[in-house]
Ligand binder design. Structure first.
Ligand code: ADP
Ligand code: ZN
Ligand code: ZN
Length: 727
């Protein structure tokens, strides 16, 4: 083949690297193309038009050719390609699959896509000078209408049913052109007068130009969103774009309304995975073409191209939904920080309970910290937190008398209460109620998980296994049991205690429907609910108005868990859930049922002392060698049997012995959730004091992983998880 260039193309297949193709058609990096791949035809993205690195041995005679170039859109922007390349490298995931994860589904298929141009048509000088002949009635009518001013395609159709064809002809003949409507002057509705703390935070943010990550640590209701709104107004005034990442559950109509009413004529694009494909694509293209001012979205929106990006905000930056748990296991907050650096812009990470990773970055001076310590709303105060010691109480079906009384009192006063039942799958640890002993691993700093069926304690970190002791090894107490048991029946118990109360239950099932939250809000604000009952979902940033009581049940399960992040999460959750109390003018009260009232987590909570407890947790992590003082990667495997998953990982582990400079390797061990969807899961934990060493090792292991996977066949699946959040 003559005059054919060799180019590199990424396709959506689970193979690392790019593929060489020939092309006689002119192509540019970032263009989508159609290529043959095995027996199929796939959409590919041109990564580079340079010959393969090293130029070694590509046999041109065997290369296949690009079959079509999709030129309905400009090539994907360089920043997008760079972000995808960075993510592929950092998360050790194939570049093609990374790129296609980052693209909206509308751009993944093998078909051309063009952007629908919605700008109206106006007459050019030529069009104006030459009216159509009078006998062409439809054309004349259109021409006359255009004389009065620009027409959209839809408006033109109202004038004549033939408008589509006529406009296309005239556009080709240069009689009409697309006119960009002049942007009206930016409108910003008035916000409240800022508090001193908000003012100070804003002044600091405005004084700094260029790349800088900021931690905006503000207690619930302290007015963080108000600070974002002011910063975004600055960006709008400079015609720059803002990317606002929010947790899945916080992307509510209420949030969008807050933005549209503050910025009535700004172009706001919403991006999340439940949007219809066409809607998502349109927003993505608008953002890419600079026709969106603000992109508000969940984790996937971190990839949205923004040519005039001026600011990134990550709200509730500690939220677990920013980490994708399958496929490309990326953390949107971390990619957002990379993007801010690449673009030389500020990034604000906001939270009432920042992640320990972010706290550590702030302590190390990489992030700058701004604090909002008081609620913005004049009268609102932080709630009083009381610990109800269940060791000294007779429980009625799991409920302590003071909790029952407090609920009854609120019912009598017709005030709404919230009951938070902590039921998340904290991997259960065995504890002694008498002396406080918990089941720790003799070989590492992890806790042992109890597997009741087999009466075994297992370390998910190093793989150690032992029998469940019959009595407490420290004090001999025979009554030792898994922590966090018995939350299941609490809800039914509430119904029996308060048959007259209107109880509304909130969980994944009741809120999975699209408008479910609207209905919840409606009922709550219409005063149709006496007691809200729910799990983790209630801990997120919802405003339920006048809540005067929050009762927390079953929290102890998170105190001593095999998951080293459990106490960080429990503390954050309880702080967030406590923040639901007393948001309006009534002071709130929080009651926590516990058999460990002296535990530092509860003590710190009672003092509303996030910083103190975070520091203590960071010290513990440092001593145990856990993140953020170290860096982790997990190599997971799942198969029909634990034996097969473990055998695979043992082979991988054998490979690491020669390579593992400065990396600690533990396992294979069963995953915390050892059995999921009828498959057995196991893992290797890789830990290092330096990111570089960890990434080098993972990179070197990839060929071994691929080879071992081929030996084991289709029944075995494996994955790499960098900076894992779930063990
Ligand atoms: P956060 O994002 O920290 O939870 P918000 O920005 O949502 O806080 O503010 C909490 C409540 O306080 C909202 O109802 C908001 O309208 C109000 N608010 C925020 N800033 C002020 C202020 N400076 N003065 C009065 N009310 C404010
Ligand atoms: Zn004991
Ligand atoms: Zn161990």
């Amino acid at each position: 083949m003559e005059h054919a260039d060799t180019i590199q193309i990424a396709v959506d297949v689970p193979l690392s690297g790019t593929f060489s193709y020939l092309t006689q058609l002119p192509v540019i990096a970032g263009q989508r193309v159609l290529v043959p791949f095995g027996p199929r035809k796939l959409c590919g993205v041109v990564v580079t038009t340079m010959p393969p690195a090293g130029g070694e041995g590509t046999d041109r005679a065997r290369l296949r050719s690009v079959e079509a170039v999709y030129d309905g859109l400009p090539p994907l922007p360089e920043e997008f390609l760079q972000l995808a390349a960075f993510a592929a490298g950092y998360y050790h995931y194939p570049l093609g699959q990374t790129l296609f994860t980052a693209l909206p589904t509308g751009l993944r298929d093998a078909r051309d896509v063009a952007r629908v141009d919605e700008r109206p048509f106006g007459l050019t000088a030529l069009g104006l000078a030459e009216p159509p002949p009078a006998r062409q009635k439809a054309r004349l009518a259109l021409w006359q209408a255009l004389q009065d001013g620009p027409l959209t395609q839809a408006a033109a159709r109202q004038v004549s049913a033939q408008a589509g064809k006529v406009l296309a002809d005239w556009l080709a003949e240069g009689r009409i052109e697309r006119v960009s409507p002049g942007r009206p002057a930016l409108e910003v509705a008035a916000g409240p007068a800022l508090t001193d703390e908000q003012q100070a935070a804003l002044a600091a943010l405005r004084a700094e130009a260029g790349f800088q990550p900021w931690l905006l640590h503000g207690v619930t209701g302290s007015g963080k969103t108000e600070v974002y709104l002011r910063l975004i107004a600055d960006q709008l005034a400079q015609r720059r774009q803002t990317l606002l990442l929010v947790p899945e559950i916080n992307l509510t109509p209420q949030l969008i309304t807050r933005f549209t009413s503050r910025f009535p004529n700004a172009r706001i694009v919403v991006q999340h995975s439940n949007l219809a494909e066409g809607e998502r694509l349109k927003g993505w293209l608008d953002a890419w073409h600079g026709d969106a001012d603000i992109v508000i979205g969940t984790r996937l929106s971190v990839f949205t191209p923004l040519p005039r990006l001026g600011l990134i905000v990550v709200d509730e930056e500690h939220d677990g939904s920013f980490k994708q748990q399958d496929g490309l296991r990326y953390h949107a907050r971390d990619l957002a920080v990379w993007r801010a650096r690449r673009n030389g812009v500020a990034i604000v990470l906001g939270s009432a309970t920042p992640s320990l990773e972010t706290v550590a970055n702030a302590e190390a001076g990489r992030y700058r910290k701004l604090a909002l310590t008081r609620r913005a709303h004049g009268a609102a105060r932080l709630p009083d937190i009381r610990l109800v010691d269940t060791r000294r109480q007779k429980l009625a079906e799991g409920l302590a008398e003071p909790v029952v009384q407090a609920l009854r009192q609120r019912l009598a006063r017709r005030e709404m209460s919230l009951v938070f039942i902590n039921r998340r799958g904290f991997a259960p640890v065995v504890a002694c109620g008498a002396c406080g002993w918990t089941s720790g691993c003799p070989h590492c700093s992890a806790k042992l998980v109890v597997h009741l069926l087999e009466r075994k304690l297992r370390c998910h970190h190093c793989g150690w296994e032992e029998a469940v002791p019959r009595a407490c090894p420290d004090c001999g107490e025979p009554d030792i049991k898994p922590l966090g048991e018995g939350t299941q029946r609490l809800e039914a118990a509430l119904n029996r205690h308060f048959p007259e109360a209107r109880i509304l239950r909130i969980d994944r099932d009741t809120t999975s429907r699209k408008d479910a939250w609207d209905e919840v809000y409606r009922r709550v604000h219409a005063g149709e609910v006496d007691i809200l009952v729910g799990t983790q979902m209630l801990a997120k940033g919802h405003d339920f108005g006048t809540l005067s009581l929050v009762a927390v049940l079953g929290a102890d399960g998170g105190l001593y868990s095999a998951d080293f992040r459990a106490s960080e999460r429990l503390f954050a959750q309880l702080m967030q859930v406590a923040g639901r109390a007393g948001r309006a003018d009534a002071p709130g009260e929080v009651l926590i049922q516990t058999q460990w009232p002296d535990h530092e987590l509860y003590q710190a909570l009672q003092r509303h002392d996030f910083d103190g407890y975070a520091r203590q947790l960071l010290d513990e992590r440092r001593m145990a060698g856990f993140p953020p003082s170290t860096f982790q990667a997990l190599i997971r495997a799942d198969a029909a049997s634990q034996a097969e998953a473990t055998a695979f990982l043992r082979e991988i582990r054998a490979e690491t012995e020669a390579l593992a400079g400065g990396v600690l390797i533990s396992g294979p061990a069963p995953a915390l959730m050892a059995r999921l969807a009828r498959r057995e899961r196991a893992q290797l934990v890789l830990e290092a004091g330096q990111r570089g060493a960890l990434h080098r090792l993972v990179g070197q292991l990839l060929p071994a992983l691929e080879a071992a996977a081929r030996r084991h066949g289709k029944g075995l699946r494996w994955s790499v998880d960098i900076d894992p959040q779930e063990m």
